[in-house]
Ligand binder design. Sequence first.
Ligand SMILES: C[S@@+](CC[C@H](N)C(=O)[O-])C[C@H]1O[C@@H](n2cnc3c(N)ncnc32)[C@H](O)[C@@H]1O
Length: 250
Amino acid sequence: MTDEWQAKVQKLRQIVTEKGHQAGGGWDHAWQTSLTPWDRGQGPQPALTSSYERDARTKNLLPQSAGGNALVPGCGRGVDVEYLASRGFDKAVGVDLVQGAIDKAHNWLASLPRQPWHDRISFVALDYLSVGQDDESKLDLTAKSLFGSFDLVYDYTFFSALPPALRPKVAASHAKVTKRGGKLFTVVYRLKVDGDGYDGSGPPFKVTPQDYHDVLDAYFDLEFHGKPLEHAPGHEGIEEIMIWKRKEVE
Ligand SMILES: C[S@@+](CC[C@H](N)C(=O)[O-])C[C@H]1O[C@@H](n2cnc3c(N)ncnc32)[C@H](O)[C@@H]1O
């Protein structure tokens, strides 16, 4: 990690902490000013691809066949959405709060060599946290169309990107969109620091597996927790995978 990259992460954390509870949450400003340190032009995370393709412990826990739907909340440029579409999902949807992010995702997809699965991708500008709210009468049709629709929800850099006070809302939204019996794939980005201290860096908030348990246990049962088979450079020893199954009844 370079000093410049760390400075960007710190700045993003500051903005999201200050504005996280307001409309836009600071993310519109981040996208407008290219304060997007997470987006280093790489492909999908090896933690996701290896779990899907090569890890005997996890492969069979993840929906593999055509016919299902996958969702990436806070999709940004949408690399994970493109990857999941390539795995054969009928529909792969990326949701982001910021229209500028959705525009970037469309432009990035259009820049790739055309693939048959690209027709199964959609990017939607939406406040994902609104989806889990109790008063459904406040939601528009786009938000309602996500209810109970997804066989797989993939969350790497969403839970850890929002201020901790918003985590119950993230969990409620994950629960709302995941089919009963469907899977939630979370990657915990544990910061490599001395002891359990926090060095102020990260994507951008500190997370531990217990943080996920605290808000997800009401809706999901944990099926797998362990280190991924493969990592992006520099992520060794930091990431842990948690695969959850949506409870049939709560
Ligand atoms: C750390 S970035 C990760 C982007 C992408 N998943 C990636 O790894 O490249 C978090 C993303 O979540 C989006 N976001 C923040 N709050 C959101 C919300 N309430 N609903 C939907 N997206 C949101 C931000 O605009 C940003 O693109």
